[in-house]
Design a binder for this molecule. Sequence first.
Ligand SMILES: NC(=O)c1ccc[n+]([C@@H]2O[C@H](COP(=O)([O-])OP(=O)(O)OC[C@H]3O[C@@H](n4cnc5c(N)ncnc54)[C@H](OP(=O)(O)O)[C@@H]3O)[C@@H](O)[C@H]2O)c1
Length: 297
Amino acid sequence: MEINSRKKTLIIGSTGKIGSELVKIFDANKGHQIKLLIRDISKAQPLIKSGHDVIIDDLTNPAVLAAKLKDINQIFLLTSPSQDQVFLQKNVIDAAKRAEINHIVRISALGIHADIETALTKTSLAKWHREIEIYLEDSGIAFTHIRPNFFMQNFLNFKESISNDNEIFSSMTDGKISAIDVKDIAAVSYSILTKTGHTGKAYDITGPESLSFKDMAEQISIAINKKIEHRYVSSEILRGMLLKNNMPPWFIEDKLSFYDGYNNGLGSNVTNTVESITGKKPSRFIEFSNCFISKII
Ligand SMILES: NC(=O)c1ccc[n+]([C@@H]2O[C@H](COP(=O)([O-])OP(=O)(O)OC[C@H]3O[C@@H](n4cnc5c(N)ncnc54)[C@H](OP(=O)(O)O)[C@@H]3O)[C@@H](O)[C@H]2O)c1
């Protein structure tokens, strides 16, 4: 297919939190053609049934992937936070180069790029994200880095402790975070993918307010009409609790470092980027809590 006649946006990560919201936005706003890359055929079936154009691929072979990109103009890229993300995402960039893709819009993370080392930049996730960002910048493909803060949806991981013990727990003290709803990350991604003027840019995106875990526990309490407390546990105790839950050691160390960084103000800055890109104010934490009430209790 002629490069100029390619119209489709490939969405990688469409079965995940941000990607599934992005697909909903494209579906609601007709006029842009999308194709979904999914690795698991059983997860692809419902999307194929609902009329979506799907390719099956697991991102392990750039040559195989490149051959599937003939009708693709641009790529939205994210994969799970895991050790293999550098290998997988570099493969996507290599495939995109071979297939002469115009633009890659990639989900990174806030705080991973700084002139001095911080609790956030020293995490494995930050190093992996930055390595991929640099690889993308050096590829010659037009890029946009989207760097979101801590997701509000991370609080869904406390479902059990909220239900059973009326608490959330962490090594957070008074540190505040401008957490963001993944729906707002998807809305920013949609605008970037469908409007011009975003190439070569890196966007730090946050929610509209900076709150401590104690503040957020209070807001969850209001939403579910049940008193929820935030219980502080030291990093040492939290490490032991998470190890018992079979969380990978690198992920535990990253979580503790992120909490350390947030306690030192590294996640508290509020940006107006969501509104300036989408024209809409991002969700407040209370709105997220009200929407997710059925998932929280
Ligand atoms: N959580 C936070 O607070 C936070 C903050 C800032 C940035 N981030 C970044 O956000 C990103 C995660 O976004 P998310 O939470 O929306 O992701 P997610 O829910 O974990 O979903 C990951 C998606 O990637 C797909 N995927 C993974 N490996 C694949 C492979 N080999 N081939 C094809 N597809 C593959 C998954 O497919 P399957 O359904 O098959 O697994 C899924 O669709 C990470 O880069 C993370 O570092 C997170």
